[in-house]
Every structure is written in C-alpha cells, then in structure tokens.
Design a protein around this ligand. Structure first.
Ligand SMILES: NC(=O)c1ccc[n+]([C@@H]2O[C@H](COP(=O)([O-])OP(=O)(O)OC[C@H]3O[C@@H](n4cnc5c(N)ncnc54)[C@H](O)[C@@H]3O)[C@@H](O)[C@H]2O)c1
Ligand SMILES: CC(C)[C@H](C(=O)O)[C@@H](O)C(=O)O
Ligand SMILES: [Mg+2]
Length: 359
C-alpha cells in the first residue's frame, strides 16, 4: 500500500530543514519505501497566501495523509496579528486538535558523541534516554472559557486548565504502554499540591497503575521535575504530563542532549495517524543563513517510519546514519565543539544522505 506523506515546511528555518527531510524521503523511496509525498502550506506562510494559518486545503490533505511532517511555524513577522486565531501557531494547534493527535512523544536521547555539547557535565548525561509523553489536545491550551476582557475597569486575561477523566486515562495508557516497552518506570508530573485538575490527573494515573503491574509509577510536582531534570536527568525513564508542563519540560530535556536542534517528536491519534516535527520552533534568529541543525527534522522522519509506517528497519538506518555523521566529527553550529568540523544545514543533509546510502 502506498502511504501518503504530507510535508508542511512552515516558516523561518522550517523550509530549510524540511528540504533536508524531503531529500531523505526521496532516498527512502529509492531504497524501496512505498510513499507518495505531497506538500502544503501552514503557519505564517499560509497566512500570507490565504489569510489563514491552516487553510481548508491543507487540513483536507492532512486528514487524508498517513503521516504529516512539519518543519516549524511562527515568527516576528506575524506576532502582531491581533486576531489570535490567525497567528501561525494556531495552524499547528488546529492540526493537532482537528486530527485528534493527543499523544505527543518527545524522546530526549543523548547521542554519546554529543556528551560534550550538553550544558551539563558529561557524566550526568552519558546514556541519557528519556521519553516525555505530553498530552497535546487538551489542558490549558484548549480549555474554555478563555480570553481578555474588561472587569472592574481593567483588562483581565484568563484561560481554563481543564482535563476530563477520559482524556487523562487515554494519555495515561499511552505512557504506561510506553514504559512497558522501555525501562518500566513512569513518572507522572503534576501540580497536585495546588491545582484540582492535577489532583484528578494523579487519581486517574493511580487508578490505571494496577493494570500495569510491571510498571513502577511515581509522581512528582512540576517545579521539582524541572529541577530534577537538570540535577539528575537519568533518574527518569518515561515522564507523562499535561500539555503545558510537557511543552516546558521537553524544551529543558532537549538541551540535555546538546541542542534543541536534535529532538524529534511524534504526535499520534487513536488510529495511529501521526504528525512528526522537531520540538524546536522556527528559530527566526538564524533563519535564512543555512546554519540550522536539520537533525531533529531528519530524526522526525525516522519516528514517522517507526510509528506510522511500520518501517522499523529503515528508521534504524536513518538513526544509524545520524550516528555515523556525528562519529565523523561533523557538527552544525548549535552542537559544535572543539576539534569538530562545523558545517551548515545543507552540508549536514548531504552527510546524512551519504551515510544513509552506505548503511
Ligand atoms: N513546533 C513549532 O512549530 C514551534 C515550536 C516552538 C516555537 N515555535 C515558534 O517559533 C518562533 C520562535 O520561538 P522561540 O525562539 O521561542 O523558539 P525556537 O525553538 O524557535 O528557538 C529557540 C533557540 O533555539 C535555537 N534553535 C532552534 N532550533 C534550532 C535548530 N534546528 N538548529 C539550531 N538552533 C536552533 C534558535 O536559534 C533559538 O536561539 C515563535 O514564533 C514560536 O511560536 C514553533
Ligand atoms: C508553537 C507552539 C504552539 C508549540 C506548543 O506550545 O505546543 C511549541 O512550543 C511546541 O512545543 O510544539
Ligand atoms: Mg514548545
């Protein structure tokens, strides 16, 4: 069966890293992968053309695809758009919500070659392999009511942090199952000392635990989790948390691996359809300079092969190609270190493709 893959480059460095992913997809096709690749507009680049960050045409294509690969959206050019619903980020959020992509997997894995690129001491991060499971279609990102309005003569801004038991249960199951396949430890991160919504979160996680007797469940408050992630990150195996805490903790975890430019992600719905994207954003500060690290994007292709297309062997081939490029001492600026060769986005793409061909 031919799988449909939709590539959405987006904004900023999005098109630069998506170009490397497109070349990698082509190499996969040449190696026998049965896919059809289409492209679409999302984010600010879609707004510029259609006046919408998620045009109907893009959403239709996304619904029909087996998997979506997204670069990144957003940038200062669009930050002044007053109508929040037209901002680039809404394009991304709209895709997640419309496709029901509630299960966000954000692995923070350190390539041993990058131990010295991490801002932590090498011994703290050597062998690091954490999987953050972030709820992606609920919580404070989507809760109603929300808005900015005048109350008692001044403006107030408000959002609603809400989760239903069923939303907590389904992300909990993803996390418990993930822990079963990995180190069998699950840490649920909440703020149950203050917020009712996360008291319920904790209760539901506890209720699920007996169904997964081989998994050791623990709980941690989010402030402590942030501290523990930089104090002793290897204590974690799988971490499950809500939308906003997951957003923040996954950026922190990313840096442990040397650079946010290394971290891929998968966002899955109940039927296994997925969207794959780097955890980082559109990096406007370096856009257009051919210096962005394309590896998170290229590793997102590997995650797509594994989680949506069932092509584990080819996924491993990509990951091994990335490893071999790092072995060769090639680095983009964000992961550069002494004695290594600093190269640009395109050259990193070239190197991964050459290594992929040799695997
Ligand atoms: N998934 C997404 O599309 C996504 C995610 C996060 C932020 N954003 C958007 O991106 C824009 C910029 O946000 P930000 O600056 O807070 O976060 P960012 O992740 O874009 O950038 C943070 C820092 O990391 C660097 N960086 C990010 N990716 C890199 C890469 N591949 N290689 C080298 N360096 C890299 C940037 O240069 C910057 O210094 C905003 O509009 C934001 O809303 C989009
Ligand atoms: C751009 C933004 C909407 C998005 C989020 O907050 O989820 C990003 O930060 C991410 O981590 O994917
Ligand atoms: Mg984020």
């Amino acid at each position: 069966m031919t799988h449909k893959v939709l590539l959405l480059p987006g904004d900023g460095i999005g098109p630069e890293i998506a170009a490397q992913a497109a070349r990698l997809l082509k190499a996969c096709q040449e190696a026998g992968l049965d896919i059809e690749v289409d492209e679409g507009l999302v984010g600010g680049s879609a707004y510029d053309v259609h006046g919408e960050p998620l045009p109907a045409e893009t959403l239709e294509k996304a619904k029909a695809a087996s998997a979506i690969l997204l670069g990144a959206v957003g940038g200062p050019k669009w930050d002044k758009i007053e109508d929040l619903s037209k901002r680039p980020e809404k394009g991304l959020l709209g895709l997640r919500k419309n496709l029901g992509l509630f299960g966000n997997l954000r692995p923070a894995m350190l390539y041993p070659q990058l131990a010295s690129a991490s801002s932590l001491k090498p011994e703290l991060v050597a062998g690091l392999d954490i999987m953050i499971v972030r709820e992606l279609t609920g919580g404070i990102y989507f809760g109603q009511p929300r808005g900015i309005e005048v109350r008692n003569g001044e403006r107030v801004g408000f959002n609603t942090y809400i989760y239903s038991e069923s939303e907590i249960e389904r992300i909990g199951r993803v996390a418990f199952e993930m822990a079963q396949k990995r180190g069998k430890k699950l840490c649920s991160v909440d703020k149950a000392n203050v917020l009712e919504v996360t008291i319920l979160w904790r209760e539901v996680m506890e209720r699920l635990a007996p169904e997964y007797p081989d998994v050791e469940l623990s709980h941690m408050y989010v402030d402590n989790a942030a501290m523990q992630l930089v104090r002793s990150p290897k204590q974690f195996d799988v971490v499950v948390t809500g939308n906003m805490f997951g957003d923040i903790l996954s950026d922190a975890a990313a840096m442990l691996t040397g650079s946010i430019g290394m971290l891929p992600s998968a966002s899955l719905n109940e039927s296994g359809q997925g969207m794959y994207e780097p955890c980082h954003g559109s990096a406007p500060d370096i856009a257009g300079q051919n210096v962005a690290n394309p590896l998170a994007m290229m590793l997102s292709v590997a995650m797509m092969l594994r989680y949506s297309l069932g092509e584990n062997a080819m996924a491993e081939r990509i990951e091994a190609a990335v490893g071999s490029v790092l072995d060769d001492g090639l680095r983009t600026a964000d992961i550069a270190s002494e004695g290594m060769q600093t190269i640009g986005t395109d050259a990193m793409g070239d190197a991964v493709l050459a290594a992929f061909a040799k695997q």
